[in-house]
Design a protein around this ligand. Structure first.
Ligand code: HEM
Length: 404
């Protein structure tokens, strides 16, 4: 077993040029080696190394890996290891299966249509604020049977807590802890109410009912809801931002998708591969372990770079380019037992928005002279703003009539 770590340069994650160019940024990390030191952590950069670690949860543990998020309770299931994790996933997977999610499609589609209809008449919007942020929040609130009027509060809590998901962040501030506590109290109150009246058909009620069969405790459900807020909102916002940022600048691809909706799922997969919102996922080693010839001692924090693995030229041909063709498996939803529980939901949200939008607004472009900026450093990789301009549907009809 070799140990060349001391000879390797420390990587400064925050200084990676990901904001300027993800291809260059991930290549810079790859150049530092398949395993490279970054402060007190070590980063796994190659697709093979990430695959290996993600699929070995007993050695690369999640149990203490998320402690710095300052969650007042265990993050279920992401902060657990097998056998607990296996039990949670067995219970939860059926609730998030493609079939169960498809049952929710009409509700999600209606919510998308309402937001997009309101935007379409205006002729311009800022995609992140007007659609990519409210939509996943509305989906979360709708699925869990929570009041839609709570959207802004929810987003505020989430924003504050997520400030600390950057891989280089240290300790949560008192303000973050207060917001975490407010979210915790909000969710606890709703769980208590749902215990008193469990006549609804929402996900929260269904999860609560599992307790009677020895399933999830109230504390488990709280941890799970807390995680959904942290894992299921900003990720979808970021993916929508990247999707519209790219399509606004690529008229030929945009027209292809607008004319043939069946291409949208393949576009989404490649978008997630090339610009996945989750750049890193942490683990802590439970024993000495060798990866790519490098010894990682027990209790080492390891950051698996899903972002870098997704553009590994040894795994993907022409890795930096987005190809709307055959679907290729990717790392955007993670690998191994912690693979994203909400992947089917996320895919459906993205597909519905892209379909509903292009049915109403097939032609659009970025506001004059605007270049969307990638937010980096950040726990979630996304764009700062995507201001779009387009012709409102009424004007499209009148200009078409005039042409006749
Ligand atoms: C495009 C959107 C999304 C992306 C890119 C994404 C990405 C990921 C990734 C990479 C992981 C694995 C983390 C790890 O290995 O430690 C993960 C886990 C998870 N995600 Fe997502 N996610 C998305 C949307 C969602 C949504 C909408 C939900 C809500 C239902 C969700 C819930 C979860 C949960 C609960 C886990 C933990 C699974 C486990 O530990 O077994 N995600 N996600």
């Amino acid at each position: 077993m070799t140990n060349e770590l001391s000879e390797r340069d420390d990587v400064d994650i925050d200084a990676l040029p990901l904001a300027q160019d993800r291809g260059v940024g991930w290549q810079a990390l790859r150049d530092a080696g398949a395993v490279c030191p970054a402060g007190e952590s070590f980063i796994l950069t190659s697709a093979d190394a990430v695959d290996e670690a993600a699929k070995a949860p007993t050695v690369f543990s999640s149990r203490r890996a998320f402690d710095r998020l300052g969650s007042p309770l265990a993050l279920i299931p992401i902060g657990t290891d097998p056998p607990d994790h296996t039990r949670y996933r067995r219970l939860l997977d059926p609730f998030f299966s493609p079939k169960r999610m498809a049952e929710r499609e009409p509700q999600l589609r209606q919510s998308a249509a309402e937001l997009i209809d309101a935007i379409a008449v205006r002729g311009q919007c800022e995609l992140i604020t007007d659609l990519a942020t409210p939509y996943p929040s509305d989906v979360f609130l709708g699925l869990f049977g929570l009041p839609l009027r709570d959207r802004d509060r929810l987003n505020q809590w989430k924003d504050s807590i997520l400030e600390f998901t950057s891989p280089s962040a240290t300790k949560p501030s008192p303000e973050v802890l207060t917001h975490a506590l407010e979210l915790f109290t909000y969710l606890s109150e709703h769980i208590t109410r749902r215990r008193q009246d469990n006549s609804g058909d929402d996900l929260l009620t269904r999860l609560i009912k599992t307790r009677d069969e020895g399933g999830l405790s109230d504390e488990d459900i709280l941890g799970l809801c807390f995680l959904f807020v942290l894992a299921g909102l900003d990720t979808v916002t970021a993916a929508l931002g990247f999707a519209f940022g790219r399509l606004a600048q690529d008229p030929s691809l945009r027209r292809q998708l607008a004319e043939d909706e069946s291409l949208i799922p393949a576009f989404i997969e490649e978008l997630l591969r090339t610009d996945g919102p989750v750049p890193f996922a942490p683990r802590v080693t439970t024993e000495d372990v060798e990866v790519d010839g490098i010894l990682l001692p027990k209790d080492t924090t390891v950051l698996m770079s899903y972002g870098c693995a997704n553009r590994d030229p040894d795994r993907y041909d022409d890795a930096d380019e987005l190809h709307v063709g055959e679907r290729v498996p990717h790392f955007a939803f993670g690998k191994g037992p912690h693979r994203c529980l909400g992947s089917h939901l996320a895919r459906m949200e993205l597909r519905i928005i892209l379909e509903e939008w292009h049915r109403r607004i097939p032609e659009y472009s970025l506001a004059d002279g605007f270049e969307p900026q990638v937010l980096w450093p950040s726990g979630t990789l996304g764009l700062d703003a995507v201001p779009l301009v387009f012709m409102p549907p009424s004007e499209m009809t009148s200009s078409a009539t005039q042409r006749r």
